[in-house]
Ligand binder design. Structure first.
Ligand SMILES: Cc1ncc(COP(=O)(O)O)c(C=O)c1O
Length: 388
């Protein structure tokens, strides 16, 4: 029903993605897709704008029922309305909630979402980073898991573990058994788990497990429709906190963040309602095909590049260390005119980049052509197969 190949006008001087670089650059950095927002969201906003009255209102009440219905429909979970706390965005929550405990630091893993690595620092807290264990699966692609020996060594002096699931930038979906292991570790170390699940509906052939279902007593899970419905410019989010004592602590901190505006509630309500389900299904089919195309093209064009199999998100983590000397992002900016996100900001290395494949396939193909041409034309490059 929906056409994700459609060319739409995206260049706009006020767009962070499209207005930050000259028009001949293909921007594939920030996590925003090159598609129109979900139609149900646009329709709901258009209808609300006709009202022309924007006083204080209880738009949030209707939203809470819809969010609760979404958990039942998508995950089969009963989530009472009073477990839900509206927020003005996930990054502000990741900053403010670093103050949940008096500890000077929070614990997390790398690579991880750059906003999550930085946000606690806005609240004056340190972020203790534990590198994931990287393994090669039988398909030749990379997989990652938490390193509990390392986490145990680093846990002292931290009070909260920050989880991103699905994990941006490596596209990992945590299995229930992995979340259970994390819960055991967190309870032993007396850490609260704060689980950022913003990418949970962008998932290909896997099942997302909300963390609060694994450990209701000791968890805060964060959700927003910003990624799946492509509405990052309408900031909103919400937390699920089943434990009443912990919920009260989160509620008090959330009060310092203000509350989402009327239009954000209208958008979020439409985004989590059943009216958006079909669009999301078709989007995921399109993105899964982009992921498959990208994976096979990377194998064909750059057989010595290393990358994970991406089970979720529209973000591909790539190690170009066998092809590019020095910083891969800078090289590809200059020689390919493709703007990617650098690996270092996620706690990776300078040969890593993150490529956003949330775009029409023709643009993905053009970006790959440009990257291949830049690499083949040399310029301080290693040859295919050369030692890194
Ligand atoms: C894992 C993750 N969390 C949060 C965000 C941003 O959330 P918000 O726009 O609600 O602050 C992003 C955006 O890329 C993300 O990838």
């Amino acid at each position: 029903m929906y056409d994700f190949d459609k060319t739409i006008e995206l260049w706009d001087p006020l767009s962070h993605k499209w207005g930050s670089f000259p028009e001949d650059v293909i921007p594939m950095f920030v996590a925003v897709m090159d598609f129109e927002a979900t139609p149900a969201v646009c329709d709901a906003l258009n209808t609300r704008l006709k009202n022309r009255v924007f006083g204080y209102e209880r738009a949030g009440d209707q939203f809470l029922d819809t969010a609760s219905g979404w958990f039942k429909r998508v995950y089969g979970l009963d989530v009472p309305r009073d477990w839900l706390l509206p927020l003005t965005g996930i990054v502000p929550a990741l900053a403010a909630l670093a103050n949940l405990t008096p500890h000077a630091a929070v614990l997390t893993n790398t690579p991880n979402y750059v906003g999550l690595l930085r946000a606690p620092e806005y609240a004056g807290k340190k972020v203790i980073r534990s590198p994931l264990i990287t393994e090669r699966a039988p398909d030749g692609l990379l997989r990652y898991r938490l390193d509990y020996d390392d986490l145990k060594r680093r846990a002292a002096g931290t009070g909260v573990f920050y989880l991103t699931n699905p994990l941006n930038p490596v596209g990992k979906v945590f299995e229930r058994s992995e979340l259970e292991e994390l819960s055991r570790f967190a309870n032993e170390e007396r850490l609260i788990v704060l689980s950022d699940e913003i990418h949970c509906e962008l998932i290909y052939g896997k099942r997302h497990i909300p963390y609060f279902d694994v450990d209701p007593d000791n968890s805060i899970a964060l959700y927003a429709a910003g990624k799946i419905c492509n509405i990052a410019g309408l900031p909103h989010a919400f937390a699920v906190v089943p434990n009443p004592e912990l919920r009260e602590r989160v509620r008090r901190i959330a009060l310092t963040m203000g509350h989402p505006g009327t239009l954000e509630y209208v958008a979020a309500e439409a985004a989590f309602s059943a009216k958006s389900d079909e669009w999301k299904r078709e989007l995921n089919d399109y993105l899964a095909a982009n992921r498959d195309y990208l994976e096979s093209e990377l194998r064909r064009r750059f057989p010595d590049a290393d990358f994970p199999h991406t089970d979720a998100t529209y973000l591909q983590w790539i190690d170009f260390g066998r092809y590019i000397d020095g910083g891969a992002k800078q090289f590809l900016r200059e020689h390919a005119k493709v703007e990617l996100t650098d690996g270092v900001s996620f706690g990776g290395a300078e040969e890593h980049v993150r490529l956003n494949f949330g775009c029409p396939r023709f643009r993905l193909a053009e970006a790959l052509d440009r990257i291949e041409n830049a690499i083949n034309s040399g310029g301080g490059l290693r040859r295919t197969g050369a030692a890194p």
